[in-house]
Ligand binder design. Structure first.
Ligand SMILES: Cc1cc2nc3c(=O)[nH]c(=O)nc-3n(C[C@H](O)[C@H](O)[C@H](O)COP(=O)(O)O)c2cc1C
Length: 171
């Protein structure tokens, strides 16, 4: 799939067929995540791949908007290391790029995925931190719910000319 086409046709997929996603497939997604840009190339990320239904039940208690995880085949928790990030505030920015790369790689390889937001909500960060037994310097950023897509979405029209400005702010 051509890259701009992949970016435009990617949609959040929250319904899955139940077909198995292999660890080899997941590793390709993680490779895509690790090729994301990061400030001063610090690559401050860590990834936890999980399939445990009990863990997923606990996540949904903390985060009801993550209910699609129940039907996912596999999920990835994206975290950043506070000690590896370039400076305070860069870890989440870098993890955003990694998360988007993973979403695009999922789409490009025929999978469906959705970004489940953890950071910056304090209660979600604390709850997920505890649940995954993370050390103090590892901060959970997002969860990516993954499976083979069982839904198709219309292409929305999001191109807004009024949001584009040339040279200076002009309305
Ligand atoms: C920071 C962030 C947090 C998000 N958190 C959730 C979430 O908790 N649950 C969910 O179903 N979707 C979540 N999403 C997905 C958005 O709802 C989705 O990207 C948006 O509606 C646009 O749809 P699209 O991804 O199909 O283009 C999140 C997206 C971002 C960028």
């Amino acid at each position: 799939m051509e890259v701009v086409e992949a970016i435009i046709t990617r949609r959040s997929i929250r319904k899955y067929t139940g077909e198995r996603v292999t660890n080899t497939q997941v590793e390709l997604l993680l490779k895509a995540g690790m090729y994301a840009p990061s400030a001063v190339n610090k690559q401050p990320w860590h990834f936890i791949v999980f399939r445990d239904r009990k863990v997923i039940e606990e996540i949904i208690k903390i985060h009801p908007n993550g209910r699609m995880l129940e039907d996912s085949d596999v999920a990835i928790l994206v975290c950043f290391d506070e000690n590896l990030q370039h400076d305070v505030g860069y870890g989440p920015v870098d993890c955003s790029a990694a998360t988007q790369n993973i979403l695009l790689a999922a789409h490009g390889t025929g999978l469906g995925a959705v970004w489940v937001g953890i950071y910056p909500r304090e209660n979600r960060i604390k709850g997920v931190h505890r649940l995954f037994n993370l050390p103090g310097h590892i901060i959970p950023f997002s969860i990516i719910s993954i499976g083979y897509p069982a839904e198709k979405k219309e292409l929305p029209d999001r191109f807004k000319k009024e949001r584009i400005h040339y040279e200076k702010w002009q309305v």
